[in-house]
Design a protein. Structure first.
Length: 189
C-alpha cells in the first residue's frame, strides 16, 4: 500500500511539472531575444514568464531621450494569439492612445504564429523611429503630425518632459541623467 502512495505522489508531481506548448514557445522566444542596448526586458515576478515589461530607449528621432515601458501579457494560446501589449506611460504618439493601446498590425490582423516577441519589439522600435499618422489610435496627434510637423515635434518634446499638450497632462518619460561622479579630494598618491 505504501508503494502505491509513492507512485501516486510521483505521478502527481510529474503532472504538475508538465509545461504547456505555449510556455515552451515563450521560453524559446525569450531566450532568443537579440541583445540590444536600447531594449531591456524586465520580469516583475520572476516565476511568471507570461507577464513582463519591455523598456525601449529610442537611439534617435523625435522620441530620443525617452524611456518607454510596455507591458506584455502572453496567453495560453500563444503563439496562435498575439500577446497583449500596452504602453505603461501616457505618451503623445499617433499610434499609441492615451490609455496605452498600441496600433501595430502584427498585434492584430497580421499576427501569425511564426512571429515572436522579437518581432513585436522590432515593430515597437519602428513606431518610434517612424510614427505612422495614416493608421492612428491618437487621431489628434496624427492630424497634428500631418498638418504641422514642427508643432507635432514640439508637442512630443513637451509631453516627454511631463508637460501639458492641448489640456492633457503627460508624465515625464525622459531618461534621468547619470549621477555626477563623487567629488575628488585631490590626488590619491
Amino acid at each position: 500500500m505504501l508503494n502505491l502512495w509513492k507512485n501516486k505522489a510521483a505521478e502527481e508531481k510529474r503532472l504538475k511539472t508538465v509545461v504547456s506548448p505555449s510556455r515552451i514557445r515563450l521560453q524559446k522566444d525569450q531566450s532568443e531575444l537579440v541583445p540590444d542596448t536600447t531594449v531591456t526586458v524586465e520580469f516583475p515576478n520572476v516565476s511568471d514568464i507570461t507577464k513582463f515589461h519591455v523598456v525601449y530607449r529610442p537611439p534617435g528621432g523625435m522620441y530620443h531621450g525617452g524611456q518607454f515601458r510596455f507591458s506584455f501579457e502572453v496567453s495560453d494560446n500563444y503563439p496562435h494569439s498575439p500577446p497583449k501589449v500596452l504602453c505603461v506611460q501616457k505618451i503623445y504618439h499617433p499610434n499609441i492612445d492615451t490609455a496605452g493601446h498600441v496600433c501595430l498590425n502584427i498585434l492584430r490582423e497580421d499576427w501569425k504564429p511564426v512571429l515572436n516577441i522579437q518581432s513585436i519589439i522590432f515593430g515597437l522600435q519602428m513606431l518610434f523611429m517612424d510614427p505612422n499618422p495614416e493608421d492612428p489610435l491618437n487621431k489628434d496627434a496624427a492630424q497634428n503630425m500631418i498638418h504641422d510637423l514642427a508643432g507635432f515635434k514640439q508637442n512630443v518634446s513637451t509631453s516627454m518632459r511631463g508637460g501639458n499638450v492641448k489640456g492633457a497632462a503627460y508624465e515625464c518619460v525622459l531618461i534621468p541623467p547619470p549621477p555626477p561622479p563623487p567629488a575628488s579630494k585631490g590626488p590619491r598618491c
